[in-house]
Design a protein around this ligand. Structure first.
Ligand code: GAR
Length: 197
């Protein structure tokens, strides 16, 4: 089984979906959750993870230099013998220190097509632009912002969604399924991502 570290900064709904998939779903034979980590000690997702029986840890990132902070994170991940780093609403850009330590083994979920939108507020972007559809993207993390090789995308029908909350509700339902599905395919050896040139 591959050992996952799930990194979050907030609510942790994607973390919950992944933990459920590990505990009783499609990741059961493939993965175990070694650690749920946050850069925000008071992130609600950490308490949720502990209640689900996960090992948790946090290192506050506020005011820290990125490379130094990430070197500590790498040490921590190594000490948990982590195979894959799964970003689930981890709202901090990773430095090359961390990306190189886990090259090709860091995944992110982005609530838009990463070819069309990068960075924060992707649901606001889709809502404000009245998009009839948005695409959830799971990708490998490289040294750019949301530029890594795409592992999977799945559309979200936004027609008739009249509030931002409705856009998010529909999108998150797709995120939760797509992340576990994609990780399962990757760990089962069914995906062969090629690094960007
Ligand atoms: C999710 O919508 C995730 O795709 C997004 O943050 C939310 C976290 O929610 N990530 C990004 O925007 C990354 N740029 P969660 O804490 O409930 O999983």
């Amino acid at each position: 089984k591959q050992r996952l570290a799930i990194l979050l900064s907030g609510r942790g709904s994607n973390m919950v979906a992944l933990v459920h998939a590990v505990q009783k779903g499609k990741l059961r034979e493939l993965a175990e959750v070694a650690l749920v980590f946050s850069n925000i000690p008071e992130a609600p997702g950490l308490a949720t993870a502990a209640a689900l029986g996960c090992q948790t840890a946090s290192l506050p990132s506020k005011g820290r230099k990125r490379a130094e902070y990430d070197a500590e994170v790498v040490k921590l991940l190594n000490s948990y013998r982590v195979d894959y780093v799964v970003l689930a609403g981890f709202m901090r850009i990773l430095s090359p220190t961390l990306i190189r330590a886990y090259a090709g083994r860091i995944l992110n979920i982005h609530p838009a097509d990463t070819h069309q939108h990068q960075g924060l507020h992707a649901y606001e972007w889709a809502f404000d632009n009245h998009l009839p559809e948005t695409k959830i993207t799971v990708h490998l993390v490289d040294e750019g912002l949301d530029t890594g090789p795409i592992l999977a995308q799945r559309p979200v029908d936004l027609r008739g969604a009249t509030t931002l909350a409705e856009v998010e509700r529909r999108g998150l339902a797709v995120e939760h399924e797509l992340y576990a599905d994609t990780l399962a395919c990757l760990l089962a050896g069914q995906l062969h991502p090629t690094p960007n040139p």
